[in-house]
Design a protein around this ligand. Sequence first.
Ligand code: ATP
Length: 405
Amino acid sequence: MSDTVDDVDMPYEDESASQQEKIETLQERLEVLESQNEEMRDKLLDANAENNKYQQKLERLTHENKKLKQSPLFVATVQELNGEGVVIKQHGNNQEALTEVTDEMREDLAPDDRVAVNNSLSVVKKLEKETDVRARVMQVEHSPDVTYADIGGIDEQMNEVRETVEMPLEQPEMFGEVGITPPSGVLLYGPPGTGKTMLAKAVANETNATFIKMAGSELVHKFIGEGAKLVRDLFEVARENEPAVIFIDEIDAIASKRTDSKTSGDAEVQRTMMQLLSEMDGFDERGEIRIIAATNRFDMLDEAILRPGRFDRLIEVPKPDAEGRKIIFEIHTRDMNVADDVDFGALAEMAEDASGADVKAVCTEAGMFAIRDDRTEVRMGDFREAYEKLSQVEESDVGDSIAFA
Ligand code: ATP
């Protein structure tokens, strides 16, 4: 620190000091004060920065504290409403409890309603009906209308799926006689729109099995135990509808590599996955149920789900090559009134990098061009225009599932 002002002598009272000397002394004092001021300002800035840092830390800690204090919600069912409050029964431990609710909430509640309760068993909100959740997340088709003939360009994958899924469903006794455990299921991975869902539906159709689809993302729920319960429900529905093919789309949503974060949301996803693994491991008692899972994010999957005995085959379903695209064009134009000038080989070459779903979109759009032109016959020009239109959409809308470019 520089000298203080007091270090500068003040010759005011000194009668002998000249005017000039007094001015110089004052000048000197001013300079000292200015430099002190500068120093203080620097310190203030440092202190402010420090303060900001602490403020941020405080906010972070307050947030974490709040998160830790925030109790998880549990699912319960309303048993009865009486003069004293609401009797609820917790899922999982089946314990009943009497709890009070606001008048507003009370009006909204009826016996058998599902509610979310917190740690102190207060009703936080009313939940959707279980059957509604099931209906929303589970798609059950007793006879899907997709056949193997509807799928083009992925013959090798189709054969593998047939071998792994169809045989155990159609001739389960063979496996017993040979003395091996039938494969439990397959995992299909590859870009979107390449026919993974179609494959699963076709197998179910061809084996007269019920097709039960559930999306992994739908299994990720906010409420503790909800995801695991839905997985149990899924297998129960399958058991009730044997033979059945369970198709779990977007399996990465519940079977991603474990992260280091330990939030209750992650724990819930973990629980859902553990339930799925345990259902898959209990294969012997599962009867005629096969599992087909699909993902676009193979790299994200947790090793636990890939362990032998869970998915016996990992099958990559890539985008079709030119020959495959030609076949897919032919499949999707089967019911269309196509003009003689349409060259599927040329179309397949043109639609480079298109997936099966993209090819289907081009065919539908080509039909639209014909309709706009008041024609019932679809020409080569319609296909070209459709392809151009859809590729442009893709260019201007990055992230769309159509991926021509
Ligand atoms: P996602 O990963 O997005 O779930 P997916 O691979 O399951 O996609 P599908 O739902 O099977 O794709 O395909 C979507 C539509 O695209 C199908 O209904 C079908 O019309 C068409 N399609 C995709 N692949 C093929 C194919 N190989 N042969 C014929 N049509 C196909």
